[in-house]
Design a binder for this molecule. Structure first.
Ligand code: CUA
Length: 315
């Protein structure tokens, strides 16, 4: 099974960081938790003393109130505040000059991902981001419709995608793995089915992936896949989707040039298998209410199957 095919291999934990930003946030979390635990223990201790203690003089009571009620909390909260504020600038800092830039546009309800290439061209894919261990990247985030928020808990903090603005997020993965990046801002009916899969691998592996993704689609080999391509063309799929190297050049929906190589489809809703592709093409509304993609359930099963075989073969 390919990575990310198994649900349990996909990490979405902010407390098991796999990126610089997430490491800072996790350490902040533990310091805050430790600090609040200390305050809680103090308060409980004083409460127990008040209930069971033998009492003391008026003076010692006043001292306890001044120290326990004002001095210690002020010092502790100031230290935690300073610690929290100090964590912000490195989280917002851009990556070193020359780092890769990747464009991500939030759409209802999927992530449009565009990789610019050194030669000035670029390629697009959907709901999947591939990075290399130790290579920082800058994400330029935009929205095509409403406010979305990208959150890859294992790699970094959240960043909103706001219509008419470009926001930035730096990612610096520190170990390989597959990480989930759900949309963290309610953005309509299928907000819950808008998940970015982030695959972090060795730099050489990323390089191979980039070369494959930049290449045009492979021509369908089997008669079934060829029939699927013909069905794809005659059904007008190319009005919304692009398959580079063919006449399909729509830009409304996800680019499908290498759709077969992705881990999931339908915004992370389904594992990428021929059977899921067939289900999705037939009844997208049932899986993602409100999706723009029209259902093709009126096609005979056999036609849907060849379509799915063709799409699955676009690796
Ligand atoms: Cu996009 Cu929630």
């Amino acid at each position: 099974m390919q990575p990310g095919g198994n649900l349990w291999e996909v990490s979405a934990s902010a407390l098991v960081p796999a990126g610089r930003g997430a490491e800072r946030i996790a350490s902040l979390f533990w310091w805050m938790t430790g600090g609040s635990l200390l305050v809680w223990l103090l308060v409980v201790g004083i409460a127990l003393y008040a209930v069971y203690g033998r009492g003391g003089s008026q003076r010692s009571a006043r001292r306890l109130i001044v120290w326990g009620g004002a001095v210690v909390p002020t010092v502790l909260l100031t230290v935690l505040l300073a610690f929290g504020l100090a964590a912000i600038p490195p989280l917002l800092a851009p990556p070193p000059v020359g780092s890769r830039t990747i464009h991500i546009t939030g759409e209802q309800w999927w992530w449009r991902v565009r990789y610019p290439l050194p030669d000035g061209t670029s390629f697009e894919l959907a709901n999947e981001l591939r990075l290399a261990v130790g290579e920082p990247v800058e994400l330029l985030l935009e929205s095509a419709d409403v406010v979305h928020s990208l959150w890859i808990p294992a790699l970094a903090g959240k960043m909103d995608l706001i219509p008419g603005r470009v926001t930035r997020l730096t990612l610096e993965p520190t170990r390989a793995g597959t990480f989930a990046g759900p949309c963290a801002e309610y953005c309509g009916d299928s907000h819950a089915f808008m998940e970015l899969m982030v695959v972090v691998s060795a730099p050489q592996e990323l390089q191979r992936w980039l070369e494959r993704q930049a290449a045009p689609a492979v021509a369908p080999a089997s008669p079934q896949a060829q029939a699927g391509q013909a069905r794809f063309q005659s059904s007008g799929c190319g009005a919304c989707h692009s398959v580079r190297g063919t006449s399909a050049d729509g830009v409304v929906g996800p680019d499908l040039t290498h759709v077969g190589s992705r881990l999931r489809i339908a915004g992370g809703r389904l594992l990428n298998q021929v059977s899921s592709l067939q289900t999705w093409v037939a009844r997208p509304q049932q899986l993602k209410p409100g999706a723009i993609m029209p259902g093709f359930h009126f096609l005979p099963e056999q036609e849907l199957e060849v379509l799915a075989v063709y799409l699955g073969g676009l690796e």
